[in-house]
Write a protein that binds this ligand. Sequence first.
Ligand SMILES: *Cc1c(COP(=O)(O)O)cnc(C)c1O
Length: 415
Amino acid sequence: MPEPGAASGPPPRLDLRQRVADAAARRQASDTERVRHAVTRRDGSRCEVDGAWLVNWSSNDYLGLSQQFQVVDALQDAALRDGAGGIASHLVSGHHAAHEALERELADWLQAPRALLFGGGYLANLAVMQALLGDEDLCVQDRLNHASLIDAARLAGCRLRRYPHADAEGAMRQLRSVPAGAAMLASDGVFSMDGDVAPLRELAIAARLQRALLYVDDAHGVGVLGPEGRGSVAAARLTSTDVPLQLATLGKALGGHGAVVAGDDALVEHLLQTARPYIYTTALPPAQAAASLAAVRLARREHWRRDKLNAVVGHFKVRAAKLGLPLMPSDTPIQPLLCGDNARALAMAASLRQAGCWVVAIRPPTVAEGRARLRITLTAGHDHAQVDALVEALARAQERFPASVEAPGGAADGA
Ligand SMILES: *Cc1c(COP(=O)(O)O)cnc(C)c1O
């Protein structure tokens, strides 16, 4: 019984609406509010946004496959035959021959014994860790890994230890620090906001020495890097023995939607049997699988797409260097320009937009505080003239909004 008159009892119930209002006010004050822009038409690298045609420099359609006619044809044909939806989960009645054909093609391409389709990369990452890791286990991750890998370790309930970016020695130390339980070492193949490539050969050695399973999230590498576009694992001359599981997404270089985990037969079967983000969700529409099958075949065969992409990346880097633009070190199609504070990144993005270039300012919490950037992505659909115009516009934006002397301490809730 509560003591009469005393201010005891349970603490007062918190007001969720007040909390939400406070968070909104903080976003406003720190220039971290996000705004969506509805595209009304897409035409290759260009799109119509708010009534203006802009060149899109913030798309992951690296090979230009999302509008390729064979890919769209495959989607249309399959939709006419089988409909628009997935209709049920894979283990109920949603599994379709189109899914199997795509899984076989992806396994063959990635030179893995087996592949399993998921509704998206985010779900696939949740699935891998939730199915394989428990309370007693350890997941060691690069500090700059994608949010879905971090969330996946949290969902799995395992111990999560992070190491300094691209530091294989650091990974080794973290693995050694928790010798008991099973261990997974997980890294982006290409870092999604930085564009650099993980030191996969060194990570493979660390994983082998510490008997940890190496998992590579190659969302931005597959289709783009390595022989036949097989991704960063193949580019590092590693096999599915070194990397028993890897993630490829279908929504980026392959221009579709969904994801696949490829690797060891027994591990993949375990995912199918136990991963909740696989079991308790509707299968991808078979039409989407048919589109991705067409896209994978093109990505494998049409080397000219990668050659063109690499030429665009090379041209951009040369031009940007000539004008002294402070690009981050990257050889991939992800070419970020560091701006520092959020307001500056937003102002530069707005200035680029006036010049017909759509480049999105990436801010915390997607990147660290004080590391806001323009994340420029180049695609095979861009041409050199468009790159020249972009570089000019970047140089002008830099002049108009010079970097501040030094951001005051990088505080979260901006001064
Ligand atoms: C985009 C991305 C994902 C998520 O994939 P979706 O298919 O978009 O859900 C996972 N990991 C990385 C590194 C990514 O860039």
